[in-house]
Design a binder for this molecule. Sequence first.
Ligand SMILES: NC(=O)C1=CN([C@@H]2O[C@H](COP(=O)(O)OP(=O)(O)OC[C@H]3O[C@@H](n4cnc5c(N)ncnc54)[C@H](OP(=O)(O)O)[C@@H]3O)[C@@H](O)[C@H]2O)C=CC1
Ligand SMILES: O=C(O)C1=N[C@H](C(=O)O)C[C@H](O)C1
Length: 246
Amino acid sequence: MAIAIGIAGIGGRMGKLLQEEVAAAGASFAGGSRRGDDPAILFAGADVVIDFTHAHAAPAHAAAAVATGTPLILGSSGLSVEEEAAVALAARQVPIVYAANFAPGVNLFLAVAERMAAALPPEQYDAEIVEMHHRQKVDAPSGTAVALGRAVARGRGTTLEAAGRESGRDGHSGARGTGTIGFAALRGGQVVGEHTLIFAAGSEHISLTHRSFDRRVYATGAVRAAQWVIGKAPGLYEMKHVLGMG
Ligand SMILES: NC(=O)C1=CN([C@@H]2O[C@H](COP(=O)(O)OP(=O)(O)OC[C@H]3O[C@@H](n4cnc5c(N)ncnc54)[C@H](OP(=O)(O)O)[C@@H]3O)[C@@H](O)[C@H]2O)C=CC1
Ligand SMILES: O=C(O)C1=N[C@H](C(=O)O)C[C@H](O)C1
């Protein structure tokens, strides 16, 4: 029988595409929710729920997933430390796939970024991440940029928090810190999503860029994750697990 997929944020840019991709994948649409709706109703009627809404909605959606035993696919970006902790806690009781970016190419990019960072000494190669998105995006840096920063830090045997983030440089910002990870966020027009990771040394630069031209790539990936997560044990999964890259 076709799995029934619920969609939180059905009225949003991603919500509308997700509904189309649920149908295209041969799954059934279990209903959608909008801001202000009780998430318990959506979760109770679905085999799995996809949430591309807002960071602040993530804890309530994770709690509804636990209360109903319904797996959650979480794509919202800009979660605070506390919001991510609430999601991780819920994932002890129900399977959750939480990904900053559901595009396959980006997940390969994350793996390559980690390997590059492991090979390039932080004392010589400054890591800078530049992203550009449409003018409506409300959080910065993007979730994908943060995930790239985390991948670089992991490759260097540390964490993003320990390495230190440098973002929003303006005015007398001082010299760049050695080993820190820099972020720059551009906003304009209708750019779907562009991310560049630069390793800059005194005598050479290496950069890697990913561009999304159609946000449907995220919706297709999220529906794939929804089909994959059914029957999985409780845990916090990433897109690399769905893609078999874990
Ligand atoms: N992981 C990934 O691959 C991707 C992640 N994203 C992320 O997904 C999120 C949504 O992006 P996008 O669709 O472009 O944004 P939109 O603003 O177009 O859509 C978000 C929708 O969610 C609704 N909403 C907000 N809070 C709730 C809630 N508590 N319950 C139900 N619905 C709610 C909003 O309603 P209202 O209009 O009333 O506020 C809106 O319709 C962002 O965080 C974005 O960064 C986007 C693309 C890819
Ligand atoms: O808001 C968006 O549009 C996107 N958000 C995600 C992010 O913050 O990384 C993924 C993608 O870049 C599009």
